[in-house]
Design a binder for this molecule. Structure first.
Ligand SMILES: C[C@H]1O[C@@H](n2cnc3c(N)ncnc32)[C@H](O)[C@@H]1O
Ligand SMILES: [Zn+2]
Length: 433
């Protein structure tokens, strides 16, 4: 007898090269793993999840965020990145406590679970608290301590020590739901020497690296002044790039940079809403995909988005590529859906992002019984262009039901909302003191 069977749903497998759709199918789950995907099964299970009227699909993977920044949702809007970070966000972050991070991350987990994200990639501070929140919520996450040293030698040692301590403590924990990584913030906030040290350490520890790269034109200019080359060439020169790197943003790329990223198998997290809101620019996603690079999708933090809805992110990603290339065939729905599922899972090195025998049981069910979801010709089209996060009925992570038929089972929803609101209020008071 299996643990769970999802039945009666319209299944979208997203299995690379063998994408299949069943109008009525069954997914069998045992010990957190998908054991069978068919039209009918002989198997029985403890829990039967009726997905009647729903699309059963892989949970969405958010490959770049700062979860606890939910506390800064709407705190400093409509500013350019450098001013936003230096004058508003960093001073406020300096006042963050462990308790803030825990509550802010739980709020983020709640929002993600409710809007169909089953795994997220996070870089932030006080990361033990983020990990504890992930452990509690039941979601899956890749976590890194955000290291910033601005070329300061003492700071470099301390930052790497903390990054390393976090990796040792959390990698593979929470029933394997937590993957730890190193998180050097960016090529213009970390020195070349430090980035090299970090990458060496990550290789030694066998873990991945999460970094912001070429988000703004300012970074490009600073790098050219400092090193006589852009961030991509600088990082390539120090042998930083391989398939164990997740580079967020990658907006200001030359054709030569694209070639390097594709050849080295670097994973690129595209974050269109944040890039549009901060007016950072438009990442060349079409060119990156055509060159064979693995491009995935992220929301960035709630101070620059201002939500964690990956459905919104998918639609905006598609629309932005179309209007920027003036080509309506650019980034079609199926391609965006891959970015948000299989490509994201590949980037984070987790066996998910698809509904296939042997994959992790990270699955969501999206409601088709809504006015804006009818008629129904093509699942991918509806998921990208019509749906939003509020249409997710059921979320399963590691074979466990975190939300079923819109009811959150893994936490007390009102309590989380209340605690995070109180924490944010206290925090802003401390910031303004
Ligand atoms: C981990 C660090 O990254 C910062 N951070 C949040 N959003 C962005 C962004 N779009 N670009 C660069 N840094 C960012 C956080 O505010 C924190 O200081
Ligand atoms: Zn970011």
């Amino acid at each position: 007898m299996a643990d769970m069977i999802i039945t009666n749903g319209h299944i979208l497998t997203m299995e690379p090269g063998k994408e299949r759709e069943f109008s009525k199918g069954m997914v069998v789950i045992d010990e957190g793993i998908i054991t069978e995907v068919r039209e009918k099964t002989q198997e029985t299970a403890d829990i039967i999840v009726d997905a009647q009227g729903g699309i059963v699909m892989p949970g969405l993977v958010n490959t770049h965020t700062h979860a606890a920044m939910t506390l800064f949702r709407g705190y400093a809007d409509d500013l350019p990145l450098s001013q936003w970070l230096q004058q508003h966000i960093w001073p406020a972050e300096a006042k963050l406590t462990d308790n803030d991070i825990y509550n802010g991350t739980l709020l983020a987990c709640l929002e993600m679970i409710k809007s169909g994200t089953t795994c997220f990639n996070d870089m932030y501070f006080h990361m033990d608290e983020t990990a504890k929140a992930v452990e509690k919520a039941g979601i899956r996450a890749a976590l890194s301590y955000g290291m910033i040293e601005f070329g300061n030698k003492d700071k470099a040692d301390a930052e790497l020590k903390e990054g390393s301590r976090f990796v040792q403590r959390w990698h593979g924990k929470a029933d394997g739901r937590i993957t730890a990584m190193y998180g050097p913030h960016a090529p213009n906030t970390c020195s070349r020497e430090f980035l090299q040290r970090v990458k060496d350490k990550a290789r030694e520890d066998g873990v991945k690296v999460h970094i912001h790269v070429l988000e703004t034109e300012t970074e490009l200019k600073e790098m050219k002044e400092k090193y006589g080359m852009c961030s991509i060439h600088m990082l390539n020169n120090i042998d930083f790039f391989d398939s164990d790197v997740i580079a967020a943003h990658c907006v200001w790329l030359s054709d030569g940079d694209i070639k390097i990223l594709a050849e080295k198998g670097v994973n690129i997290s595209h974050n269109p809403v944040s890039n549009m809101k901060l007016a950072s620019g438009i990442a060349p996603v079409e060119k990156l995909l055509k060159s064979g690079a693995n491009v995935c999708l992220g929301t960035d933090g709630c101070a620059s988005n201002n939500n964690l809805d990956m459905f919104e992110e998918m639609k905006i990603a598609a629309l932005l590529q179309k209007v920027s290339t003036m080509d309506p065939t650019a980034l079609p729905a199926k391609e965006v859906l891959k970015m948000a599922t299989v490509n994201g899972a590949k980037a984070l090195g987790i066996n998910a992002g698809m509904i296939r025998k042997g994959a992790l049981a990270d699955i969501i069910i999206v409601d088709r019984n809504k006015a804006h979801m009818r008629p129904f010709y093509d699942a991918a089209s509806h998921l990208v262009y019509s749906a939003n996060g509020q249409d997710v009925m059921t979320s399963i992570v590691n074979g466990k039901l975190l939300m079923q038929d819109y009811e959150v089972l893994c936490m007390d929803e009102m309590k989380i909302i209340e605690q995070a609101s109180v924490a944010a209020e206290d925090l802003i008071q401390r910031v303004n003191e």
